[in-house]
Design a protein around this ligand. Structure first.
Ligand code: FRU
Length: 496
């Protein structure tokens, strides 16, 4: 493991020799785990998606970025633009840590449009000489040349009384002529919550309205990356609580990411809601953000990684990627997540097959690959359990198991290759409400995203198999299944 002193962690990209960066780029390019259709850092570490918006005919997408290695160091916003959500062009950093306020990182935030102008609100992270955290919220505006210009002074200067400096990740939205900002926060009693601010003009003072009064009074020590939107007339609050203990199959990852559905009273800030539901049942999912696409569909993109975890690519000088974009809908009180239709633009070389599978493991021919979309329709199922082995070789397999009786989909990384650590267990479980009828799976060089029953549940995970682990196999415990398989190859899409 590379050693990172505090000085090295907080070194600016601009102060580093071009040769050091080039050597790092070469190291990263030699990695066997580079993705082909996911957004990943060309060097260093990526985390949260930031500033997602469709604005004047283009998508704008940024992410948290520490360029110099696979650690959470001095954060920038790295930026992409594009006409659709799969052919995005890297544009370099747009927000850099170059003021006293953000001297220790331009942290997460969001984009919004106001009077035809594009704005960003983000958290400026500062550490005092005694290494105490100071957080405030800053504003930036995009000028007519496309340059992002920061305002000199914070628009929200610090946490209100009663809250600590864990005060970050503003998500701005519009409602009935006002702009609102939600901010992830920690109360002085060290419990997490979300704060709400409001203004009539982004450059005028923002008034603190209070906490969103949920029924979760003590649910972890910090809530990161809040988001709010409406679907079918219901209010939905997304956030990432930290410090929740695991319970059976729930809350297995180090930090969680989930949502509340209900009714938010904007006068009293009281939120009547159903229980917290996790957004993703895989191993690697955190800090998602939503936005409206060109057809005003609600789209979510997450970080396919987690904090406080070492990944097999760390020693290669890079870490993490974003998830594919997913469309959110609300059905029977729960969010459904379907792959965004722009992903169809990636499809090449369609192959289909119909066939029975039983307890004798069968390699599905000619199905193999490292980067593909695979749709499995389960047409008849008399098996007690079915297993699909992807990225499989003699010694490795990423196993997706469906148990008919319990209606559970289980993702098992036990034999999937190298593993991140520390990570609790090697399996993750998604509980379906009905029988499994379809899996739609996106496999990239080092990730897998599994959409069950048209988005009833999703499991997103990084996997680190060997290059020769490229087979697709199926087997049942007993009994047979009748399957339809459709596979599309996916070729390199996003420039590094
Ligand atoms: C979530 C997070 C945010 C913060 C950012 C810093 O992963 O911790 O709360 O703004 O990452 O990179």
């Amino acid at each position: 493991m590379e050693q990172w002193s505090r000085e090295k962690r907080y070194q600016k990209l601009e102060d580093v020799d071009a040769k050091v960066i080039n050597d790092l780029k070469e190291r990263v390019q030699a990695s066997p785990y580079r993705q082909v259709f996911h957004i990943q850092p060309k060097t260093g570490l990526l985390n949260d998606p930031n500033g997602l918006i469709y604005y004047q005919g283009q998508y704008y997408l940024s992410h948290q970025w520490f360029p110099l290695g696979a650690v959470h160091g001095l954060k920038y916003w790295f930026h992409y633009t594009g006409k659709n959500l799969v052919n995005l062009k890297p544009c370099g950093p747009i927000l850099k840590p170059d003021t006293t306020f953000d001297s220790h990182g331009v942290y997460s935030g969001s984009a919004f449009q106001f009077q035809n102008q594009l704005y960003y609100m983000y958290t400026a992270n500062h550490r005092t000489a005694s290494w105490e955290r100071r957080s405030c919220q800053m504003l930036a505006k995009v000028n007519s040349h496309g340059d992002v210009i920061k305002f000199d002074t914070p628009i929200i200067s610090g946490p209100p009384k009663g809250y600590t400096h864990h005060f970050r990740d503003p998500k701005v939205f519009q409602r009935e002529g006002y702009l609102y900002a939600l901010i992830g926060a920690q109360r002085e009693n060290l419990t997490g919550t979300v704060l709400m601010y409001r203004t009539s003009h982004p450059e005028k003072p923002w008034t603190f309205l209070g906490e969103i009064d949920t029924q979760l009074k003590s649910f972890g020590y910090m809530w990161e990356c809040p988001d709010y939107f409406q679907l079918n007339g219901k209010d939905i609050l997304l956030f990432c609580p930290q410090g929740i203990d695991s319970e059976d199959n729930a809350y297995q990852n180090v930090y969680q990411s989930g949502y509340l559905v209900g009714h938010l009273n904007f006068e009293t800030l009281t939120f009547e809601h159903a229980p917290f539901v996790e957004l993703d049942d895989g191993f690697d999912f955190y800090a998602p953000q939503t936005f409206l696409d060109e057809a005003k569909r609600r789209v979510l993109i997450g970080w396919m990684g987690l904090p406080d975890t070492e990944y097999p690519t760390d020693d290669e000088g890079w870490a993490h990627c974003l998830t594919v974009p997913r469309i959110l809908t609300l059905e029977s009180g729960e969010l459904k997540q379907k792959p965004h239709m722009d992903l169809r633009k990636l499809r090449q070389n369609k192959e289909t097959a119909l066939g029975y599978a039983n307890k004798f493991i069968k390699q599905l021919h000619p199905y193999e690959g490292e980067q593909y979309e695979l749709i499995i329709d389960i047409l008849e199922n008399e098996a007690s359990a079915i297993e699909f082995h992807l990225r499989a070789s003699k010694h490795e397999a990423t196993v997706i198991r469906y148990e008919s009786k319990t209606q559970q989909v289980i993702l098992d990384r036990f034999d999937s290759g190298k593993l991140p650590h520390p990570v609790e267990g090697t399996a993750r479980v998604a509980q379906l409400k009905s029988e499994l009828s379809q899996l739609r799976i996106f496999v990239d060089t080092s990730s897998i995203e599994i959409f069950c029953n048209e988005g009833e549940k999703v499991l997103s995970s990084r996997i680190f198999p060997s290059k020769d682990a490229n087979k697709i196999k199926v087997v049942t415990d007993s009994g047979q299944v009748y399957l339809k398989l459709t596979k599309y190859d996916i070729k390199k899409q996003i420039e590094d």
